[in-house]
Write a protein that binds this ligand. Structure first.
Ligand SMILES: *Cc1c(COP(=O)(O)O)cnc(C)c1O
Length: 235
């Protein structure tokens, strides 16, 4: 089922891009494998998946050790400062930077390892108290502060839109984030490129693509429902 789901999502992504007149290669699909076993990831790899998203440091490290190292890992969940050191040289992209203190630790660990790390700034588009991320109004200030740190490139923005039954409800949030994305891009800030706009999940990735997403993060749509053993693991 995983390979069929994957190919269905890939074809939906292409159809959506065609519909809005965008190039078929403009969106990267991240298969969100959190809570799912390594065997599921191996199956997705056989189906051609290359980018995988995890939201927990420990889980990412465990899977990293068991799987081929050409996989591109994305840390998409909240990151605690004391765990940065474990993933800094394993991930292709950190999507969830939302404070200067966290970025400072990423910068510090990256300099220790003598690498440059690509990051996205997580934006709380709907200003939900339950979500991480900087709000739209303060994003530019934070981006300018983080841009001064060494060994970090800010390459775009990420958001987790509100949970909704109707994906159209999120169109306004995606549109607002795209506006900020273009805005920041035009400011030509050093070390800030705005190439990646990571928005859209299983329920709303098509709307997100219509509104300009360049990365979508799909879990359930590929791997099926997640079973959580305790409530704390959600998100
Ligand atoms: C779990 C998760 C996803 C995937 O959600 P689905 O609805 O299963 O597609 C995407 N992004 C983040 C940050 C997540 O934590």
């Amino acid at each position: 089922m995983i390979v069929e789901n994957l190919h269905q999502i890939e074809s939906n992504i292409k159809a959506t891009l065609n519909r809005v007149g965008r190039n078929e290669s403009e969106v990267t699909l991240i298969a969100v494998s959190k809570t799912k076993p390594v065997s599921y990831i191996e199956e997705a790899i056989r189906g051609g998946a290359l980018h995988f998203g995890e939201n927990k440091v420990q889980e990412l490290c465990d899977k990293y050790d068991c799987l081929p190292h050409n996989i591109k890992w994305h840390l998409i969940g909240h990151l605690q400062r004391n765990k940065v050191k474990y993933i800094i040289d394993k991930v292709n992209l950190i999507h969830s930077i939302d404070s200067l203190r966290l970025a400072q630790e990423v910068s510090r660990q990256a300099s220790i390892k003598n690498i440059v790390v690509d990051i996205l700034i997580q934006i709380n588009v709907a200003d939900e108290s339950t979500k991480f991320g900087i709000d739209l109004d303060n994003a530019e200030r934070l981006i300018r502060e983080i841009a001064r740190l060494s060994n970090i490139n800010i390459i775009g923005l990420m958001t987790i839109a509100p949970y909704t039954e109707n994906s159209e409800d999120n169109r306004i949030y995606f549109r607002n984030l795209y506006k900020l994305f273009v805005d920041i891009k035009h400011k030509n800030i050093d070390n800030v490129s705005m190439d990646v706009l990571s928005m859209g999940m299983s329920g709303d990735y098509e709307v997100a693509i219509e509104e300009g997403a360049t990365m979508v993060r799909v879990g359930t749509g590929i791997f099926g429902d997640r079973i959580y053993l305790n409530k704390e693991s959600v998100e």
